[in-house]
Design a protein around this ligand. Structure first.
Ligand SMILES: Cc1ncc(COP(=O)(O)O)c(C=O)c1O
Length: 361
């Protein structure tokens, strides 16, 4: 095996090594089938077992009641920006959004394109999206409240979710799903592109509450209706078989090796604070997110000049640290430390940063 790097990619991102090894081990002959997972039918008992296990594990990890269904829908999180207003904006009622960055902005745009009565009830745009908004009011008339739990680009995250009363919350959890425990019950729908914390790219996980399914209008195109996916266990058409297979193995790792979301949350906090504590004592590296809104998943920071940032990124790459360049829309640096990025990689990065500062600071 070639040398594996310390992987800080934002998505697709690091997967747990034991999962990759298991995939490799059974890649040519999946459980005595004589076929690779990439070759067998989604209508086979092998794949039925995989998708049922993946759903079962999701339900156990998130403590989902029988009133929630777990769906896999291709088109990534971006298709969900469009399906949500299409399916869940009940006739004539406004839909409320909180804008915390470019992913929320894209979700808002898709609802506006459809002519929905979109209200942006809170936004941190005037603060360059460096924080999570506070002091807003959720109107009981809204069909739903949409927000993004973790802002992958700006490195901010909701520490406590908003209070929406009886208004169902809808959340884009693409970059922090399964990173910590939370109460699912106020959510009408949770969605996530799986390519950060759960699997390779190729599908979105959608967790939907029964009362949301009852809102779906009859006259939508078949493939854009949540009810199509819920009626057929996400197999109305051919699903992303390999992705769901890998996702099931990642969830097994989360349950059996990590020990569940409480423990994952503890590890993720420890990882993030190794970096934040180092950044806070440094005069050279500067965090870009407001302290009370810092993400435990994407740690964004700057150096004193773009020239130093270039040297830092090139040096890091040479030493085996990948994916540290900030999103092209904001520049700077970003360490994405999803579930599968081990604490030893974070420790190695802090050491590298400290040495770089001594040399160049
Ligand atoms: C928070 C968030 N939402 C949505 C997306 C878009 O996901 P996809 O590429 O699966 O459409 C991303 C991708 O990085 C993201 O970070």
């Amino acid at each position: 095996m070639g040398k594996r790097i310390h992987n800080f990619n934002a998505g697709p991102a690091a997967l747990p090594l034991p999962v990759l090894e298991e995939i490799k081990e059974e890649f040519l002959d999946y459980k005595g089938s004589g076929m690779s997972i990439t070759e067998l039918s989604h209508r086979s008992r092998w794949f039925d077992d995989i998708i049922d296990e993946a759903v079962g594990r999701t339900k156990r990890l998130l403590n989902l009641g029988d009133n929630f269904q777990v769906l896999f829908i291709q088109g990534g999180a971006s298709l969900q920006f469009c399906m949500i207003p299409m399916n869940l904006a009940s006739q004539g009622r406004p839909v409320d959004y909180i804008n915390t960055g470019s992913w929320s902005t894209k979700a808002i745009k898709e609802a506006e394109i459809q002519g929905k009565d979109v209200r942006v009830i809170a936004s941190s745009e005037d603060k360059n999206f460096s924080c999570i908004p506070e002091n807003f009011h959720v109107d009981a008339a809204a069909a739903y409240l949409h927000f993004t739990s973790n802002n992958t680009i700006k490195g901010t995250q909701w520490v406590r979710f908003p209070e929406a009363g009886d208004v169902p919350m809808i959340c884009d959890m693409s970059s922090d799903i399964m990173s910590r425990p939370f109460d699912v019950n106020p959510f009408g729908l949770i969605y996530a592109g799986v390519q950060k914390n759960l699997a390779p790219s190729g599908t979105a996980m959608v967790i939907i509450r029964q009362d949301m399914l009852e809102r779906v209008p009859d006259d939508l195109p078949t493939m854009l209706k949540y009810t199509t996916f819920s009626a057929k266990n996400s197999m109305f058409n051919t699903p992303s078989c390999f992705v769901i297979y890998a996702l099931n193995l990642v969830l097994k790792w989360l349950e059996d090796t990590v020990g569940g979301l409480e423990e994952m949350g503890r590890v993720n906090k420890a990882k993030a604070y190794l970096l934040y504590d180092f950044i806070d004592q440094s005069d050279f590296f500067k965090g870009t997110a407001a302290k009370n809104s810092r993400s435990l998943m994407n740690v964004t920071f700057r150096l004193p000049s773009e020239e130093l940032e270039g040297r830092f990124l090139a040096g890091a790459q040479k030493e085996g640290f990948g994916g540290l360049k900030g999103h092209r829309s904001v520049g700077g640096c970003r360490a994405s430390i999803y579930n599968a990025t081990g604490i030893q990689s974070v420790k190695a990065l802090v050491e590298f940063m400290s040495e770089f500062e001594k040399r160049e600071g």
